[in-house]
Design a protein around this ligand. Structure first.
Ligand SMILES: NC(=O)c1ccc[n+]([C@@H]2O[C@H](COP(=O)([O-])OP(=O)(O)OC[C@H]3O[C@@H](n4cnc5c(N)ncnc54)[C@H](OP(=O)(O)O)[C@@H]3O)[C@@H](O)[C@H]2O)c1
Length: 171
């Protein structure tokens, strides 16, 4: 079981524009059953964790229900209840333990944003970083991982518009 940050980003290391747009990412061509695609990745996942702004983006932009993936949203805000989603301000160690138990041997997906993933790294709980680089620079926005994190390059692949890279975290 691994704890994996899997996300799309711009060439200059942003996961969203300053106004939280993902148009630059979601308009690109990708083979959903190709190398390092979401389809294959999703099959490995048993639980997920994200920050409140990412959850708000999903509420604002995604009409489909989140589904039954056990999910923790780190937040101090009050959100409407949503299926298997837990809203919490517990320490990341506790959230990770709960997500790992719920994942039952599968991987835990850290969806983002970058500082949430950084908090897991600070606690020694981040194992892998998978990035899909879109062929665009944004100049500013939400940073992919605003920490110094030492990584080992494990895998590189092209998936249509995307350069896909998998790293393990060096401890
Ligand atoms: N490119 C992609 O595939 C991708 C993936 C993920 C996200 N995104 C986008 O990237 C942007 C991410 O923005 P972001 O990094 O600013 O936001 P974020 O991580 O989604 O959310 C940050 C917020 O989460 C809450 N939070 C964080 N750590 C916490 C903790 N330890 N305990 C309790 N609450 C905590 C805080 O909100 P409160 O205190 O106000 O509750 C904080 O302001 C969004 O636009 C998102 O849609 C893109």
């Amino acid at each position: 079981m691994s704890t994996i940050y899997y996300t799309g980003c711009s060439l200059d290391g942003f996961i969203a524009t300053t106004d939280h747009s993902l148009d630059w990412l979601l308009t690109r061509d990708i083979d959903q059953s190709g190398p390092m695609s979401y389809g294959g990745f999703r099959e490995r996942i048993g639980a997920a964790v994200m920050g409140a702004t990412t959850w708000q983006w999903i509420l604002d932009h995604d009409d489909s229900p989140w589904g039954d993936l056990p999910t923790w949203v780190l937040t101090h805000r009050t959100f409407e209840p949503a299926g298997a989603v837990v809203f919490t301000a517990d320490p990341v160690e506790q959230v990770h333990a709960a997500a790992t138990e719920a994942a039952a041997g599968r991987d835990v997906w850290l969806i983002g944003g970058g500082d949430v993933v950084g908090q897991f790294h600070d606690a020694g709980l981040l194992d892998e970083v998978w990035l899909q680089y879109a062929p665009v620079t944004l100049g500013a926005g939400a940073p992919v991982l605003p920490r110094r994190v030492e990584l080992r390059l494990e895998e590189v692949a092209r998936n249509r518009d995307f350069a896909c890279v998998r790293h393990s975290v060096v401890r």
